[in-house]
Design a binder for this molecule. Sequence first.
Ligand SMILES: Cc1cc2nc3c(=O)[nH]c(=O)nc-3n(C[C@H](O)[C@H](O)[C@H](O)COP(=O)(O)OP(=O)(O)OC[C@H]3O[C@@H](n4cnc5c(N)ncnc54)[C@H](O)[C@@H]3O)c2cc1C
Length: 404
Amino acid sequence: MEIYADIVIVGSGVAGLYSALKLPKDKKIVMLTKSDVESSDSFLAQGGICVQRDEEDYESYFEDTMKAGHYENRKESVDIMIRGSGAVIQDLVRYGVRFEQENGKFLYTREGAHSRPRILFHEDITGKEITSTLLQRVKELSNVTIYEYTAMTDIMEQDGVCTGILAEDVSDIWKAEENLPLIQSKKEHKKEQIRIHADYTILASGGIGGKYQHSTNFPHLTGDAVEIAKIHGIRLEHLDYVQIHPTTLYSPKPGRRFLISESVRGEGAVLLNHKKERFVDELLPRDVVTQAIYEQMEESGMDHVWLSMKPIPREKILKHFPNIYQHCLEEGYDVTKECIPVVPAQHYFMGGIWVDSDSRTSTERLYAVGETSCNGVHGANRLASNSLLESLVFAGRAAKKIGE
Ligand SMILES: Cc1cc2nc3c(=O)[nH]c(=O)nc-3n(C[C@H](O)[C@H](O)[C@H](O)COP(=O)(O)OP(=O)(O)OC[C@H]3O[C@@H](n4cnc5c(N)ncnc54)[C@H](O)[C@@H]3O)c2cc1C
């Protein structure tokens, strides 16, 4: 099958959706997603999205991002993200995203390694609120066609210029309950190749968590774009920079790990060892807290440590963290009364396809945005709640550059 478009976007998370919204409306856009449109990590984001609160906040936000990233961040990218944050939030609100407010003013929460509260949130389902709103706006566009259960398998290149992608129908693999792959039912016959020709290609295919046994990511996010880029000799950066989230709900069952957002610790929850004693400052950067947890697990021989949400008032838990409260209850834990077992798990990929500050890869007419790309914002370790913002700011820049 041959499909002709002006722009093809691979992935329907926030990075792909925002690109589509920001591209010129007279361009024919084709989007594809390996699963259904609601199965992207963007829907899972709990904690929130950062914003520079005021002019005085610039210095400390910049420093917090650099410090968390072990000063390996690209300073220019950090500056672009912070200075672009206000406009992106205004844009989201215009599209219909609702952030928590009191008396007409935004409420801000705090997460690890932030020197002040600067995170906007919607209960503990901020990602769902943002992504479902953007998806709705994209569905209203007559110039965008979305293909679900359609996976990119390669890119097309002519004389060093990207001319589109190759794809195939994967509904036999990923159309499953709980989004676990139906590997056994994978048909043996050769599939029809879909050739999508486009003047510009945007890779927005998310992270690599599907490659790990324990991850908070959807299992179909397996770093396909990064692998394809490697085969084509496209520049990659920091492939070994993988973030482990310190607190996911421990379960002996296989499958995606349920995240216990850092903002729970930001609001006062404490980590306890097997003797139910505190052992770390819970608001240190993620890699430091993770290391401290592993040390405790090794010392005690236990598969997890404990998290106590008791310091947070019950009403606040029910209002700010209803999703976490409900999920834990279904797993047999009432977080308002008892500790929950938590364990670190793979969470985020700081490395990826190298891009410049306009999200251009080293191949002409090929762009990469969101978690698949590496624009250097996060350095060696991502500051909490910077990734939705980074995805949106740099997706907007890609769309602007292509529009020009
Ligand atoms: C549990 C959890 C909580 C989080 N909480 C926060 C938070 O509070 N704040 C924050 O800033 N960040 C948070 N993050 C990180 C953030 O959600 C992601 O980094 C961000 O949403 C990535 O957006 P994306 O558009 O790049 O990728 P995704 O939203 O993951 O979308 C990737 C898309 O690519 C598609 N795709 C993949 N491979 C292919 C292929 N071969 N062909 C076609 N399509 C393909 C997928 O189907 C999907 O549509 C969280 C992440 C997780 C997992």
